[in-house]
Design a protein around this ligand. Structure first.
Ligand code: ADP
Ligand code: MG
Length: 680
């Protein structure tokens, strides 16, 4: 299959000026198409070209596809790069430089610059209605670039395998859900109305929280489309011969997660009655084979009906921690027409290599002839592995562990801001909740929670405003905390990397790295819990101690790159306005000065690997076989100065005081309590 065929596929571009993108989308930060491109989009008239492959319905709206030069301009402005990986990887290394090879492998398929373009195609009308009901007015960059690649209504063989790297909060979920919903709906429309429904698409995500979130987003998109989506729950089976679909469950549109559990056996059913199944890899592997073991010879029952496999946060799923489970699911999907797509803000070259190799090996195992293999594409939005330019970063040196606690308390109880006076700069405005605070381990998250639990005064809600969430808690508790944080009942949520990936709390104002992250990718993802969907004003604060200095350079580089991108986007916005001073957002103060980057030491490869696997040494859990020196080091790094017993006693007394204060005061004190009213 030739990837070039994709080039001629039309999305039926409409005359809508893409500059109408809402200002708060990532696409709006100075990256919309130029007037020139918009004008040429606007002036297009219908011209049918019978030779255009895949242009079955694309011209029905009376416009012809963009020329390659125009697509290039659109891609440049939306910062989209699409590469044919088969061509890129097969080209000879010797004669051409890699840059030239890359350039020659670039593809310029028609973009989707407006959801309206789909109205004139044979797309499920309910799906389009559901998109507009959610107030998704215009596609974000990743949706502009990736949706048309997967939205093939002419020749299913053309659908590519796809790797997509796009920033945090840029709308990847919609970019992978929309095409798969349409694909399934199309197969229903084309008469594939089997009396018994089966799962034909699987979405894998690394955490239960993310699984529920994807199902919730999916249910809103699936409403009345005839397609349904569900989360994998323990006890479910994926056998042939499924029971008829439970319409109520499929189309209820109710949120899941907040009151459902992945590990609960549904009372009435053990068979998946859905088209799209969302799961963590382990839940799915165990559903296929409860005795599955993590060794190479371990195979699970095959899933020949799966046509679409989607990896959200693909780099985590293919990381050694999840790799065996993920590959077990992948191998079980043995349909020759399987298409796989992978999505993340960070896919390193080693993970990309693994993905490409596995795709090729699977094709060999399934005996798919070269000529019949689908295109293999990679889409990158913006710069690879960088943080969003809309987020501000603060890298704060606190010397010691106790310095962190002081720093944290200062964030919670900021002093009144002072205006600029006598040549002194104004103090920065205090940061407002909600805060999402990351620690290295579950124990540390727990200790920090114990330490800060009574820091919020009772009239403002007291200890109910601060919570801790980690994987050792029961599913029900996890769901409740997620729900309360979304509703704004919890203002400060302390957690581990469990929540660093994918979860979309729209209004998080501040991310605090109480402990520095173990990898640069983790920094990008943690910071990306703020600044979702192009929102401005998010701040990521990172504390670092003397011991962390050796690991900070990578983070500082990410911040410096993000600041550079912000300056660039501001100047682009200025240039587009025709006035470089008329930029609405004044550039933020630069956090990373060049001298700091020079001064920070580079970390060795082995130290980096050790950090990735175990975290900073002094913050790891104390082990029985630790020597005295290590034990001392770890004890010193403990959060707070009191022992667990003393702390519990103090907290018990403070809890009693808080309770009596709250009952003496108004019973509804917390509704009065101040500013923040939640994400809703
Ligand atoms: P990612 O997976 O890229 O981190 P998500 O898919 O979680 O991002 O989307 C982030 C936020 O953007 C969500 O709240 C989602 O509802 C919103 N969003 C997605 N697409 C659009 C769009 N086209 N217009 C406006 N908001 C969008
Ligand atoms: Mg996501």
């Amino acid at each position: 299959m030739d990837a070039l065929r994709l080039l001629s596929r039309s999305t039926g571009l409409k005359t809508k000026n893409p500059k109408t993108l809402p200002q708060n989308l990532p696409s709006a930060s100075g990256h919309g198409p130029t007037e020139e491109v918009s004008d040429s989009l606007a002036s297009r008239k219908r011209k049918r070209d019978p030779d255009v492959i895949g242009d079955v319905t694309g011209n029905e709206n009376g416009v012809q596809p963009l020329s390659e030069a125009e697509v290039r301009q659109v891609q440049k402005k939306y910062r989209i790069k699409i590469v044919d990986l088969n061509r890129f990887r097969n080209s000879s290394e010797s004669s051409e430089s890699r840059k030239l090879q890359k350039e020659q492998s670039r593809l310029y398929p028609q973009p989707l610059t407006s959801f309206d373009q789909l109205r004139h195609r044979n797309v499920n009308k309910s799906l389009l209605r559901n998109i507009s009901t959610q107030a998704y007015l215009e596609p974000t960059e990743v949706q502009v670039g990736a949706i048309p690649l997967l939205f093939d209504d002419s020749d299913e063989a053309n659908e590519p395998n796809l790797l997509t790297i796009a920033p945090t909060g840029s709308g990847k979920t919609l970019a992978f859900l929309m095409p798969v919903i349409e694909k399934i709906s199309r197969s229903h429309r084309q008469g594939d109305q089997r009396s018994e429904r089966h799962v034909s698409a699987i979405v894998l995500a690394p955490t239960k929280e993310l699984v529920f979130q994807i199902v919730n987003e999916g249910r809103k998109l699936c409403l009345n489309t005839g397609v349904n989506i569900t989360a994998m729950r323990k006890g479910m089976r994926l056998h042939e011969g499924h029971a008829p679909m439970d319409k109520e469950e499929a189309e209820s549109g109710d949120d899941v997660g907040e009151d459902e559990e992945l590990d609960t056996v549904p009372e009435d059913s053990t068979i998946v009655k859905s088209d799209i199944l969302v799961s963590t890899p382990l839940s799915l592997v165990h559903a296929l084979d409860p005795s599955w073991k993590e060794d190479e010879s371990s195979h699970v029952q095959s899933l020949p009906n799966i046509e679409t496999l989607i990896f959200d946060e693909a780099d985590v799923l293919l990381d050694p921690l999840f790799r065996a489970q993920t590959l077990a699911v992948w191998s079980a999907c043995n349909s020759p027409s399987l298409r796989i797509s992978m999505w993340s803000a960070t896919i390193g070259s080693n993970i990309e290599e693994l993905a490409v190799q596995t795709i090729s090996e699977r094709q060999k195992v399934l005996k798919i002839r070269r000529s019949q293999r689908p295109p293999l594409l990679r889409t990158i939005i913006g710069l690879k592995d960088t943080s969003l330019p809309t987020i501000s970063h603060r890298l704060t040196y606190v010397a010691t562990e106790s310095g962190k606690l002081l720093g944290m308390r200062q964030l919670l109880h900021p002093s009144r801001p002072t205006p600029a006076k006598d040549g002194k700069e104004a103090s920065p405005a205090p940061l407002r909740p909600p805060f999402l605070v990351f620690t290295q381990t579950i124990d540390r998250a727990q200790s920090l929670h114990n330490e800060l639990r009574y820091d919020i005064p009772a009239p403002a809600g007291g200890s109910s405003r601060i919570a801790v969430l980690h994987s050792s808690l029961p599913d029900k508790v996890r769901s409740k905390i997620m729900q309360d944080f979304r509703l704004g009942k919890i203002w400060i949520l302390i957690t581990t990397d469990l929540l660093s990936r994918g979860v979309d709390f729209r209004g998080v104002n501040v991310v605090v790295n109480y402990d520095i992250p173990n990898t640069v990718a983790s920094y990008v993802h943690r910071a990306g819990r703020t600044g979702r969907a192009g929102r401005e004003g998010g701040v990521c604060v990172s504390f670092y101690t003397k011991e962390d200095i050796q690991y900070v350079k990578g983070i500082a580089n990410v911040i410096a790159a993000s600041e550079k991108a912000q300056i660039h986007s501001d100047s682009t916005a200025g240039a587009l306005n025709g006035n470089s001073t008329a930029v609405s957002n004044a550039p933020k103060a630069q956090e990373i000065q060049p001298w700091l980057l020079h001064a920070l030491p580079s970390v060795s490869k082995s130290a980096r690997k050790d950090l990735k696997q175990h975290g900073v040494q002094s913050r790891r859990a104390v082990r029985a076989d630790d020597d005295e020196k290590t034990k001392r080091l770890k004890r010193k790094a403990r959060i707070g100065t009191q022992s667990g017993y003393e702390k519990r006693e103090v907290n018990r007394k403070r809890g009693a005081i808080e309770h009596s204060q709250r009952t003496k005061e108004e019973p509804h004190a917390e509704t009065k309590a101040d500013e923040w009213e939640g994400f809703g």
